[in-house]
Design a protein around this ligand. Structure first.
Ligand SMILES: Nc1ncnc2c1ncn2[C@@H]1O[C@H](COP(=O)(O)OP(=O)(O)O)[C@@H](O)[C@H]1O
Ligand SMILES: [Mg+2]
Length: 309
């Protein structure tokens, strides 16, 4: 399938001389939720600002739905809705006027029924006649989303959508993102919250210091890099781990009531069978056991450490 966005060898150096993006190659698939995950200053906002035509690209090529973002700017931009990281809006306008105006900017025919539904979906309908400066921070953010969706884009960018928002809005935002995806909208979100990528994304790209260091299916990423932990809940608590079991790198938890074994789930030979035999030999009985996949957070921390090393 043709990618909906295609980025080739994109570099960006700001006037300050700071190389914000270096050799970015990235393809976004139609209809996916793609999370661009990286620490502050990694280049996330720069990358999406270039795709959306807000920041001039340096070298390289970006196609949106087959349209070059420089040569065919309007055609590229009209497919895109952007919810920026910073709230920017004409604060003296009403919610309704703002959203209507946004739609008009893209040359779309007025469609009050669509805008009404949009505001209702975002719990903004009651506030349609309020001026933006009268709204709370959370409500202002909802207005930004309404503006971004006012021209019925097929691609939606959310730059750090839940940074500093309350739980309710975060929940609403996530369910809205899923509804949009179900309607076929492609969604690209940036985040430095691992939980957000883990919860929302179909694929995850990790960006660090202006380079994409990894792009992977979320499930595959978890699987490939995942280490697992086996926790054994003991019949009798242990004060120390017998030296004979040193090779397993066990840890005591739950005040000696549990033993934790970390292993590589990808290996054919995990060592679990031997461990259980050795425990039996030492008379260590357990009443229950559970294994857990390590979270993407651990994976991410590992990656960042690796790329620094
Ligand atoms: N307008 C600008 N002028 C100069 N440097 C910038 C500008 N915008 C961002 N930068 C720098 O580029 C790097 C990437 O920034 P940014 O894209 O905002 O990262 P992120 O969104 O991942 O936090 C940072 O080092 C930042 O300081
Ligand atoms: Mg940013």
């Amino acid at each position: 399938m043709q990618p909906v966005i295609s980025i080739q060898q994109l570099n960006k150096t700001y006037a300050s001389g700071h190389p914000a993006l270096q050799g970015i190659d990235l393809e976004i698939r139609q209809g996916e939720i793609f999370a661009l995950l990286g620490p502050n200053g990694a280049g996330k906002t720069t990358l999406i600002s270039i795709i959306c035509g807000i920041v001039n690209p340096g070298e390289g090529r970006v196609l949106v739905g087959g349209c070059d973002i420089v040569r065919d700017y309007r055609a590229a931009r009209s497919q895109i809705g952007l919810v920026p990281q910073e709230l920017v809006s004409d604060v003296f306008e009403t919610v309704w006027a703002t959203v209507k105006f946004s739609r008009g900017l893209f040359g779309k025919k007025p469609d009050p029924a669509y805008l009404e539904q949009l505001l209702k979906d975002l719990s903004l309908w009651d506030k349609r006649d309020a001026r933006i400066l009268e709204l709370s921070g959370g409500m202002k953010r909802r207005v930004m989303i309404a503006k971004a969706l006012s021209h019925e884009p097929t691609i939606l960018f959310l730059d750090e959508p839940t940074a500093g928002v309350d739980v309710e809005l975060r929940r609403d935002m996530w369910s809205m993102v899923r509804r949009l995806r179900d309607r076929g909208v492609t969604i690209i979100l940036t985040t430095h919250y691992i939980e957000e990528a883990e919860e929302m994304a179909d694929r995850i790209g990790v960006i660090q210091k202006g380079r994409i260091i990894l792009v992977e299916d979320k499930q595959i990423l978890m699987h490939k890099l995942g280490r697992k932990q086996l926790t054994l809940h003991l019949q009798q608590p242990l004060a120390t781990i017998p030296a004979e079991l040193d090779q397993y790198g066990l840890e005591l938890a739950d005040q000696g009531h549990a033993l934790v074994f970390t292993f590589d789930a990808q290996r054919e030979h995990t060592g679990i069978a031997e461990l259980l035999r050795d425990l039996a030999r030492h008379g260590i009985d357990f009443k229950d056991l559970q294994s857990s996949q390590s979270s993407l957070e651990e994976i991410f921390v590992g990656l960042i450490k690796e790329s620094r090393a």
